[in-house]
Design a protein. Structure first.
Lengths: 506, 250
């Protein structure tokens, strides 16, 4: 069966509803409903996750929200007007969808549209409805948009064609996919613009120092994007992303230090380390608070009062720590440090070291191989008796190795590098889990307080459980290392990163 | 997809009013509904303000479902489409006489609507013929309006006997009392007797009502112009009972 025509057109600014309906009344009897007005407020997170996944979260009145996908509204749910996180919405379907789309991100208002919609029907001489229509008027600030939608009814297509013909002189342009998404696009919502800084186009023969300076500058710009959200405490992801970007920047500098002048390292390293260090405590507290449900599930009910006391303390500390970080990120000290780093990075390349003037791809491949073989040796020294620090060191090495590949992924052979990265991710998960238990135990230990008996009991309970989990996880570490450092992997590293001619020819 | 026929071999018993109002309520309840007006008089098409096609197309009706699709028209109501009748439908019996396996023809063409519709309602002409037999085979339920008078009782007995003689399952027959005038003792007595004899009568009774007659004036289902009237409530109740019966019939 052929689908029925339905079209929307943008109308000339001067067109008025009455003119349009009067024009069409020359051949049809019109039945127009009173227009309905609505003010719709749209929400999305900082990364526009909803928009990118083709969803819209729309506040239709004070406490009602609709989650809309391309097929229409998938659920209308209640939430207070200050709701920001998925768990603050009602209705399981909407909550689950929001959780999967925005995770820990807060949704914030990004745009609003005022709509006046007038539905009408056109009847033929038999008084049968033969075409349905809608006039949509949008108001954004002082700008008014006027749209006409006509829908043919099955068996009455010729009337639809005639109605469209009658109105042709009001028409400015045909709209292909009319709807709320279209109306938002027309508004050019800034919040929906990509958040990434200017994309770098690296070339393999770019000189290493130049490449590193350009990349580091872009990363520094990227970190600045999250500062506002950390200060406003919009959601915990702002701090997390801020830290990830600072960490990547530090890794880049550290990994390619041989290509950079000593003066630059002396300027950047301590400053970036200081910036990162200032946010450590807040992140630890965030992680502990986010894991609250799983911690509570670990202990029987009689530990509840102790856990409540612990969480009250942590929440209080978080508040203090958040204020401290916000104050720091608003300070002259922070701004000066960032400005100094930016100024240093923007200097012309000095080419003081042999690596500085080497083609970047060549330098990176060499580095990747060197690091891999270093890690291979480190891994060989690890056994069931090795100290946690040794595993931690290797975990950091894996993180750096992956960053190094990802920084230059556009220059490396895509398929084979992709496979290596996916193997690195697997082992990182195992090492990460083990490290998380170590960190959590250490974190909880720091709260043991003999004067708070109930709280300390709960802490001891959690530590005991986490210790058992850590012990269970330990054998997996050696297993994962053995799975990763195979003869084939060594050959693959040698082939992909050593031979210049090795590409995606497989 | 379910197929419900509104059928009686007797005319003027309220078949069309039933088909129109049930189709309306089915669509309103969210079922994608197709009403096929098989009666060449075209009364149900008229109630929905739909004119028949200018071309005679009865000849192609039983050939393939694609022929029917071309004649579907949207009603003024969401989820409800209609295939209007054409005067040439009066020749259906002659046409069916020329087909092999004529009794299965209607069932075969209706099968094509399976994907698009949840319910097909057939508004049938008053006769007992090849077409009627096709209808009995194609339908899950044969809804029979019965005016509680001796003549209607006799007609209903004839229908039951016809089903028995031809081995059609009698449990497809779902009768209900129609155009009932409560003040008439004859109506009361006939209803009592028939309900006692035939347990399959629905509980819903459609009263004799000027609102139902006015459908012709308003060219619309009763709900559109007599929302709060008894007749409208009766059709709502009838739809609930029929949909429940249809659900149970598998």
């Amino acid at each position: 069966m052929n689908s029925l025509p339905e079209n929307t057109w943008e109308l000339n600014e001067v067109a008025r509803n009455t003119d349009i309906l009067s024009e069409i009344s020359s051949e049809f009897d019109i039945e127009a409903n009173p227009g309905t007005t609505s003010n719709l407020q749209f929400y999305d997170d900082f990364d526009s996750h909803l928009w990118k996944a083709n969803y819209l979260l729309c506040q239709v009145n004070k406490q009602q929200f609709q989650l809309i996908d391309p097929s229409g509204c998938i659920g209308e749910v209640g939430a207070s007007s200050g709701a920001r996180f998925w768990w603050e919405f009602s209705g399981n379907q909407v909550k689950d969808k929001l959780q999967s789309l925005v995770g820990l991100r807060a949704v914030l208002p990004i745009a609003s549209i005022n709509l006046l919609e007038t539905d009408f029907s056109l009847r033929n001489d038999d008084q049968k409805i033969v075409v349905r229509g809608r006039l949509t008027q949008t108001m954004v600030g002082n700008k008014i948009g006027l749209y006409l939608t006509l829908q043919a009814l099955r068996g009455y297509a010729k009337y639809y064609t005639r109605a469209a013909q009658l109105l042709r002189h009001f028409i400015k342009a045909e709209i292909n996919h009319f709807g709320l998404r279209f109306l938002l696009m027309v508004q050019g919502i800034q919040a929906l613009e990509p958040k990434q800084g200017a994309l770098l186009s690296l070339t393999e023969d770019m000189r290493t120092e130049q490449a590193v300076r350009a990349m580091a500058t872009a990363m520094l710009v990227q970190t600045k994007l999250y500062v506002g959200g950390v200060i406003a405490d919009t959601d915990t992801e702002f701090l997390h992303q801020f830290r990830v970007n600072v960490r990547k920047l530090r890794s880049l500098i550290s990994l390619l230090k041989q290509a950079l002048p000593t003066s630059m390292l002396d300027t950047l390293k301590p400053r970036l380390s200081s910036i990162a260090g200032k946010t450590n405590k807040l992140r630890d507290l965030d992680v502990f608070i986010l894991a609250q449900d799983s911690y509570r599930a670990m202990l029987p009910a009689n530990f509840e009062s102790g856990l409540n006391e612990l969480y009250r303390l942590i929440e209080k500390q978080r508040k203090q720590e958040k204020n401290k970080v916000a104050k720091y990120l608003s300070s002259t000290e922070y701004r000066n440090d960032v400005a100094t780093c930016a100024a240093e990075l923007s200097q012309s390349s000095a080419f003081q070291t042999p690596m500085a003037s080497k083609p970047v791809l060549q330098a990176v491949k060499k580095l990747l191989l060197k690091r891999y073989h270093k890690m291979l040796a480190m891994s060989a020294a690890i056994n069931s008796q090795s100290a946690d620090e040794k595993i931690h060191e290797l975990r950091i090495e894996f993180k750096k190795l992956r960053y190094l590949i990802e920084f230059f992924v556009d220059l490396l052979p895509k398929k084979r590098t992709g496979k290596i990265v996916s193997e690195i991710k697997k082992i990182q998960t195992v090492l990460g889990n083990y490290n998380d238990y170590c960190i959590q135990i250490e974190f909880l230990n720091s709260y043991i307080d003999d004067t708070r008996i109930e709280m300390s009991k709960a802490l001891s309970g959690l530590i005991a459980i986490l210790y058992r989990k850590k012990t269970e996880e330990r054998p997996k570490v050696e297993g994962a290392l053995a799975d990763f450092f195979t003869e084939n992997m060594t050959i693959e590293f040698d082939l992909v990163f050593e031979a210049a001619e090795t590409g995606d020819s497989e | 997809m379910k197929v419900i026929a509104c059928y009686s071999m007797k005319g003027g018993v309220g078949k069309t009013a039933t088909a129109v109002n049930l189709a309306y309520w089915a669509a309103k309840s969210g079922l994608k509904t197709l009403l096929i007006d098989l009666d060449p008089q075209g009364a149900s098409s008229f109630y929905f303000r739909i004119k028949p096609s200018s071309k005679k197309w009865a000849k192609r009706f039983f050939n393939a479902y694609e022929n029917l699709v071309k004649h579907i028209k949207a009603s003024d109501f969401e989820n409800l489409d209609i295939i209007p009748a054409h005067l040439s439908f009066r020749n259906f019996d002659t046409l069916l006489a020329g087909f092999k396996k004529r009794k299965n023809r209607l069932k075969r063409v209706l099968k094509g609507f399976n994907k698009e519709y949840d319910l097909v309602i057939l508004d049938c002409p008053p006769s007992i013929s090849y077409l009627s037999e096709s209808i009995f085979i194609a339908s899950n339920l044969v809804l029979v309006p019965v005016i509680p008078t001796p003549l209607s009782e006799r007609t209903f007995e004839q229908l039951m006997a016809f089903f028995e003689e031809n081995d059609y399952p009698q449990n497809k027959i779902v009768p209900f009392f129609s155009m009932v005038q409560g003040q008439k003792s004859l109506h009361k007595a006939t209803m009592e007797a028939m309900s006692a004899r035939y347990k399959m009568f629905l509980n819903t009774i459609i009263p004799y009502s000027s609102d139902i007659e006015k459908m012709g004036v308003h060219k619309a289902p009763v709900d559109v112009f007599a929302k709060s009237q008894q007749a409208n409530y009766a059709y709502i109740k009838l739809w609930k009972e029929v949909s429940e019966t249809a659900r149970k019939c598998g």
